[in-house]
Ligand binder design. Sequence first.
Ligand SMILES: Nc1ncnc2c1ncn2[C@@H]1O[C@H](COP(=O)(O)OP(=O)(O)O)[C@@H](O)[C@H]1O
Ligand SMILES: [Mg+2]
Length: 331
Amino acid sequence: MTEQPLLKVDNLQLSYKVYGGSLSVLNGINLVVRPGEKVGLVGETGCGKTSAMKAILRILPAPPAQITGGHIHFKGQDVLQMSPKALQGVRGNGISMIFQDPTAALNPVFTIGQQLNAVIKYSASNRNKAAKRQIRQAAISALSEVSLADPERLLNAYPVQLSGGMRQRVCIAMALAAQPELLLADEPGTALDVTIQDQVLRLLRNLVEEKNTSVILITHTLGVVRQATDRVYVMYAGDMIESAPTSMLFANPRHPYTQGLMEAVPRLNGGGVAEGIPGRIPDYRNPPTGCRFHPRCPRVMSICRREKPSGYPVDDGHEVACFLFDGQHKP
Ligand SMILES: Nc1ncnc2c1ncn2[C@@H]1O[C@H](COP(=O)(O)OP(=O)(O)O)[C@@H](O)[C@H]1O
Ligand SMILES: [Mg+2]
């Protein structure tokens, strides 16, 4: 494939400085998103998914966050080296993000209209100065696009006056109003009840399909990943441990962690995905040597305790970071 990727993350390393030490959270992750591609990112809570997305947008609080190595290229340009002005351009209509918690993402003291206008005005100012009336029109159509009734009235409402589902829709409208090329959707709807979450996800899927937006979708619902993505990355404790085209991954998950994730029966209340894997993710203050999954791995070998596996190709576009697949050990 010769086409330039839209996003390319190479060997990204990130730690958080905390009282009494440092948490090495991202342990050299790689990730690629091609133009128009929908990519899923899965892994238990605490694996570093949100940290990775915030690193891409350069919105991590520093301190405590510190990027200690690696590269992030968006359309060939190194995000980590960008000037504040270039970064604003990327955040204007390059990359936008939908956050896990829609309440925290909206500012309580401004109306929906004010917040939406700011996004639209900003992205429009990159091209031409949009007139006030055009901005209002764009805000109204952004709200109707996410199936919110009575958008004109909503423009004057404050976030607290809306239900959780409506706030999530407003966040989607704001994220898409700038017409980004890449959308980072971090567990959209997780805070909502299951039916509303379902509606929100369906809506989001239709919109990105229509606009051909590239997406990184983080979700605990594997059924959604299966339906809505082209490729999947699996993260464990700050490592990218498996990646493959979606159908391939679901038909034939290779990493013992991925296999555990797939066997896990999701709880009806939506909490936790890894009931199928005993134990829990390690303490980042003092992560295990070698493969970070080895203390929980049902197939652990002695090399896993000593060395960190790199990604080994097992099929076309399917890579697994596990010594079972290095060609020397028997899977
Ligand atoms: N601001 C922060 N300061 C210190 N530790 C953090 C901070 N943000 C996240 N972490 C830690 O980084 C790890 C990964 O968190 P996160 O990226 O939110 O994972 P995920 O999105 O996969 O649940 C967690 O152990 C979390 O406690
Ligand atoms: Mg998260």
